[in-house]
Design a protein. Structure first.
Length: 192
């Protein structure tokens, strides 16, 4: 599959089978991620790969965070919410937490550029997954910067989780269709 085809046909696939993904394939995804561009060659990305029972620590953390916000965690309604939180990390056989650990010893490094490099690494990972026939979805949100998540992954300083990538073999009846605005709607040529 050529790169332009991969870019145009890759989709977020959140529905995957529980079939284990070989370690070699996961390593291929991570290798692809590390070839993302980065300013000053800082390579600020960090990966935490959770499989099997290794996903339970994330599951427990999600439950702990949800429970802390509840007035009645023992109520039937809240118990359902806690069960949903508990199952989030278990919806794919592989969960990769992607973090950015900005270089703090180089005065030329711009913080935003470090996070841009991390985001580019995630895109490479997603494209590699697609090229190998895997489904993947990148989940983000406020949970990424929660103190409990920082503690789970032992993040210090300006390091931050930029998302969780759920990976597995697609479990879809049909391929998802996506549309994009025409390039002309989002482009302004400045040639005069």
């Amino acid at each position: 599959m050529d790169v332009l085809t991969a870019i145009k046909t890759r989709r977020s696939i959140g529905l995957v089978k529980q079939e284990p993904v070989p370690k070699e394939m996961i390593e291929t995804l991570l290798e692809a991620a590390t070839w993302a561009p980065c300013h000053h060659r800082t390579e600020p990305w960090r990966f935490f790969v959770m499989t099997g029972e290794g996903r339970n620590a994330l599951s427990d953390t999600f439950v702990k965070m949800a429970k802390a916000k509840m007035e009645e965690p023992l109520s039937e309604e809240d118990q359902k919410k806690l069960e949903k939180e508990k199952n989030k990390p278990l919806r794919a056989p592989v969960v990769i937490a992607v973090a950015v650990k900005p270089a703090e010893d180089n005065p030329k490094v711009v913080l935003e550029e470090e996070f841009a490099a991390g985001h580019a690494a995630v895109q490479n990972l997603l494209l590699a997954a697609h090229s190998l026939g895997l489904g993947a979805v990148w989940r983000t949100g406020a949970v990424c910067s929660a103190p409990e998540i920082r503690e789970l992954f032992h993040l210090q300083g300006k390091a931050e989780i930029i998302g969780f990538v759920y990976v597995g073999y697609p479990d879809l009846k049909k391929d998802p269709v996506a549309k994009r605005k025409p390039v002309s709607d989002v482009t302004q040529w400045m040639d005069k």
